[in-house]
Unconditional design. Structure first.
Length: 447
């Protein structure tokens, strides 16, 4: 057993001793390269690896043009293709040969880059990323092939009830707002995307103005700064005014009922209401409230009521969804078509009871311990820390926020949670059902 395994085991023991592990500290620093690129970093010399995360703001799929929805997702695949002509070694082969893990992804708001490599290969790895971001050449045959793949994905996802329910919920809640968009677009909108569209997206969305970087691992700061300059400093600084757009704050619908037919023995029900923003003073109390209701994997209130007591589900949960232009609180129930009425009735009654009577000390302590210690365990990997550095910058929080986060949760009292339960939870939730029967007379939504 090597020293790294021993170190991991010791860390687990340390983090498991008490109810809360509050004495963990990450030494986060910021830096500016010679060419003006800013980044946050954490040096960790335990392993000879480096994990780098990047986010380009305002490049997520909510910013896709309405007639070309799905372009952000499409680009995540296009830029890893062979972009320098026939006969060249494909980028995927180069990455594998040099031991570089490179992943591109998008959410509603942002476009993300996740890179991991050996410390000795850092300059080579960022050189590959440079070609993806700055030396792109999009060939028509390559684009046509990837468009066909994405259209096939769109067709395939229509057979996944949980994804259909999520899409239907967004469409019902957000109407024509960009938050109703599907990440992958539609077959029609994908057909509309041209080589020029992809090149224009890359040129305008990958720019220093909207970029944040987090790096964790074994490196010399001087070498890292030089490699970052070589990779990013030539990215576009000015953005075409027609591309530098923002989207409006979303208005979350309430007391809406929707239905999507799907011939499956099991129904999926999602409920939703307006959520709470990160910067709201009651955010941490509401976060714990959600964890109590449906965030604890096996011991949440919903799991106890619906699985342990009634045995009518194997999975039910809730979560807070936070985006730059709106927030929602969502709960999900999987149950047989014959037990939908009973399941939803108990789900809603549970929420009403918590709103009226609050929760007890035992489940409050369990939820707080879970939230605090789960976060600590997430800091055991360089990948997670790099992502958290980016997330903290996107939220425009203090550089020491990650070291303060658990203290914010620890400061929340049982009275705080029961107080916000009365004000945050509402009686008339929006509901969407996917299954054979329209139990709640919801408006039929096409998918």
């Amino acid at each position: 057993m090597n020293k790294y395994v021993y170190a991991f085991i010791i860390s687990v023991i340390i983090f498991s001793v008490g109810s809360y592990a509050n004495d963990f500290k990450i030494d986060i620093k910021n830096a500016v390269t010679l060419r003006g690129v800013k980044y946050w970093y954490v040096q960790n010399n335990d392993l000879p690896v480096v994990s780098l995360s990047v986010a380009f703001k305002k490049a997520g799929y909510a910013y896709d043009p309405s007639e070309k929805k799905g372009i952000a997702s499409l680009v995540t695949n296009v830029i890893k293709e062979d972009m320098r002509g026939p006969g060249q070694v494909p980028m995927e082969v180069k990455l594998a040969y040099d031991g570089v893990e490179l992943i591109f992804s998008v959410d509603r708001e942002n476009f993300y880059v996740h890179l991991k490599t050996l410390s000795s290969n850092l300059s080579i790895a960022l050189g590959h990323l440079y070609y993806c971001l700055s030396e792109y050449v999009v060939f028509q045959d390559t684009l046509d092939r990837i468009k066909s793949q994405q259209q096939a994905t769109i067709k395939r996802l229509k057979s996944h009830p949980d994804l259909v329910a999520s899409y239907g919920l967004n469409k019902m809640l957000f109407g024509h707002h960009p938050y109703s968009y599907s990440k992958y677009g539609t077959e029609e909108t994908i057909s509309n995307i041209t080589v020029y569209d992809v090149e224009n997206y890359i040129k305008n969305k990958f720019n220093i103005k909207n970029m944040v970087i987090g790096v964790v691992g074994n490196f010399k700061v001087e070498d890292l700064s030089e490699a970052i300059d070589n990779c990013f400093a030539e990215l576009n600084i000015k953005v075409d005014r027609t591309e530098d757009i923002d989207i409006e704050q979303v208005k979350v619908g309430h007391n809406l009922h929707g239905y999507i037919y799907m011939d499956t023995p099991q129904s999926i029900i999602m409920t939703a209401q307006k959520g709470i923003s990160y910067n709201h003073p009651d955010y941490y109390a509401v976060y714990l409230l959600n964890h109590i209701i449906g965030g604890l994997p096996l011991n949440s209130m919903l799991m106890k009521k619906l699985r342990d007591n009634l045995g009518i589900t194997y999975r039910t949960y809730s979560y807070l969804n936070n985006d730059d232009h709106g927030n929602t609180w969502i709960s999900v129930l999987y149950t047989d078509n014959t037990t939908v009425d009973k399941g939803v009735s108990v789900l809603l009654d549970t929420i009403r009871d918590i709103k009226k009577n609050g929760v007890d000390r035992n489940i409050f302590d369990m939820a707080k311990s879970s939230v605090i210690n789960t976060f600590i365990f997430s800091l055991l990997t360089v990948d997670n820390i790099a992502d958290l550095l980016v997330d903290t910058q996107l939220r425009e929080l203090d550089i020491n926020y990650l070291n303060k986060r658990n203290f914010y949760f620890n400061a929340v009292t049982l009275d705080d949670v029961n107080r916000v339960a009365k004000s945050f939870l509402i009686d008339k939730l929006s509901i969407i059902e996917v299954g054979r029967s329209n139990h709640f007379k919801g408006k039929v939504i096409k998918h």
